[in-house]
Design a binder for this molecule. Sequence first.
Ligand code: ZN
Length: 298
Amino acid sequence: MRTLSLSCSCLLLLAFSAVAMAEEAKLKALIVDGQNNHGVWPKTTQMMKSYLEDSGKFTVDVATTEKKSTEGFAPSFQDYDVVISNYNGQRWPAATDEAFVDYVKNGGGFVVVHAANNAFGNWDEYNQIIGLGGWGGRNAKSGPYVYFDGKDDLVRDTSEGNGGHHGRQHPFQVVVRDADHPITAGMPKSWMHAKDELYDQLRGPAENMTVLATAYADPATGGSGRHEPMIMTIDYGKGRVFHTPMGHADYSMECAGFIATLLRGTEWAATGKVTIAIPEDFPEPNAESNRPFEAAKN
Ligand code: ZN
């Protein structure tokens, strides 16, 4: 009997070490949130956390500011492989701003989702890091509008005007412009995204930025009439940044294309490589593919 229980303990110990090693090998992600003009943010954070954890590639922590203050908000960015922003609110404390810029500059990964590109309109380094942004006082001084014209040329348009606009929400087609990047490699040339806000007329420094995919902001739905950036990467110092303006609402984030893009973009920001496959249910050019989200039961 004693021998049996001893072997059991040994097996248990082995099992625990195996689990510990698997956890060790996972990428460490941090979602920052707490203030957002999108009231659904607690749910969209939960959705992104679940998607990342369910991929088996990430462990995910969440750092949340107070509702009406950022006092004392000081996540240890440097402990993570990648930071994901679902935050659009008050400026962080100066020391946190500095720690964040240092983190990206020294090789940290950063992921910008939807309204996170509305944040911090007057923070120069943040705008360098995200490439393009909207609202928050952004105008011609923030940098050019960047889009593809009807001839498939990338335009940097320095004309006057505010940054950030969208027409009516609707499902729209995302068109891959660069299929050689690890994030978009193997993706269908075009795919139908779920109902979302199609951000147009974003503007910013857009330095060291690559536009991997666009969507046409159709004037028929109130859009700019331009092919607007939908998947972008930015190099900032040694850091890699993945930026998606998609993800307005919970239903927008149920899109299998959004989920795959988020996972692959986050892995790329963390490591420079993508091992997460394009899923079987990835949307086709003219058909949405959505996964109804069920919150974890625990
Ligand atoms: Zn929105």
